[in-house]
Design a protein around this ligand. Structure first.
Ligand SMILES: C[S@@+](CC[C@H](N)C(=O)[O-])C[C@H]1O[C@@H](n2cnc3c(N)ncnc32)[C@H](O)[C@@H]1O
Length: 303
């Protein structure tokens, strides 16, 4: 595959060719739980002219861009501004051929100069994927207890200096009502140590983003629900970008296998090949795991 082929709407989808390769035969009903800019969805709809898509994203801006990118397929596409973890109730059981979830944050979010996901840009520390609801990262820094802040930094950022940073946040917020990316990054850099090539603020930003969007809570149940919506022979493919997420995916897939109703197609996670890592640095930490629902021959039989 040429590199240009991996780019849709000017954006590079991680593990795109692998996501295409795992699509079962036939692929008629697709669910994309995390549409983002629609790169995977575009590739699947182009490859499977008989397929229809239902797709979720919490981010309205992403949905607007994806809906433009997917305009050629508008008649077989339904987009929903919802968190997939609580938006699956009306999807009929045993209806999906292929469900995909490419978890975490998108390049649109990371590269936004206003939304506060990155310390590369000066902005209010918002970090919400869904800007219409929930507490911003700044609100969390100003309202969570010192213990809670320490837990967020330790659990979601594996930050060794979590205690010292939490203490500094509580001191700083006495005189600060709103946080910006630079204010939080400078505070973290005072207390934390980086590694060569890694800004000390990286872990704390990841931790705060995960907390702001409750990225891990309910993920297990959400993935189980997706798996149970598959028809026999249907597949669920999940891409995780950090070990906390990947551990949840691994455990859910193991439990599904234990039920006897699912087969694990990736005993070891699939990671991007060297060429992909070369042209898309963000793909480097990605891990793809896939399960297949066992069942009747001929009903969405695996390829
Ligand atoms: C890595 S990007 C997806 C990129 C997409 N696969 C592509 O090829 O363009 C992740 C997207 O999932 C969304 N997201 C993350 N968690 C979500 C959830 N629980 N429900 C719905 N959308 C979610 C984010 O807002 C973001 O736009």
């Amino acid at each position: 595959m040429a590199h240009g082929e991996s780019v849709s709407a000017g954006h590079v989808s991680v593990l795109r060719r692998e996501i295409l390769a795992f699509a079962p035969q036939p692929t008629k009903r697709i669910l994309d739980a995390t549409l983002g800019l629609g790169g995977h969805a575009h590739a699947l709809l182009s490859r499977h002219p008989e397929a229809s898509l239902i797709a979720f994203d919490r981010d309205e801006e992403a949905l607007a861009i994806a809906s433009g990118a997917l305009a050629p397929f508008a008649e077989r596409t339904e987009l929903r501004h919802r968190d997939f973890r609580d938006g699956l109730q009306d999807i009929p059981p045993r209806s999906l051929c292929y469900a995909i979830a490419d978890l975490g944050v998108s390049s649109l979010q990371l590269d936004s100069q206003e939304r506060g996901f990155s310390f590369r840009f000066e902005a209010p520390l918002d970090m919400r994927m869904d800007t219409r609801s929930g507490r911003s990262a700044s609100d969390i820094l100003n309202t969570a207890s010192e213990k809670e802040l320490e837990r967020i930094l330790r659990e979601f950022g594996e930050e060794p200096k979590a205690k010292a940073i939490a203490r500094s946040i509580v001191m700083e917020r006495r005189s600060r009502s709103r946080w910006t990316t630079s204010a939080f990054a400078s505070l973290v850099r005072r207390d934390a140590r980086g590694r060569p090539g890694l800004d000390p603020a990286t872990r704390a930003f990841q931790a705060l983003r995960i907390a702001t969007n409750s990225e891990l809570s309910g993920l297990e149940v959400g993935l189980e629900r997706l798996a149970h919506l598959l028809r026999p022979g249907g597949r669920l493919a999940v891409i995780a970008f950090h070990s906390l997420e990947d551990r949840i995916v691994k455990n859910v897939f193991r439990s599904l296998k234990k039920t006897g109703g699912f087969e694990l197609l990736t005993p070891k996670p699939i990671v991007p090949q060297d060429d992909e890592k070369g042209f898309n640095a963000r793909s480097r930490s990605a891990k793809l795991r896939v399960v297949s629902k066992r069942g009747d021959e001929g009903e969405g039989r695996p390829a």
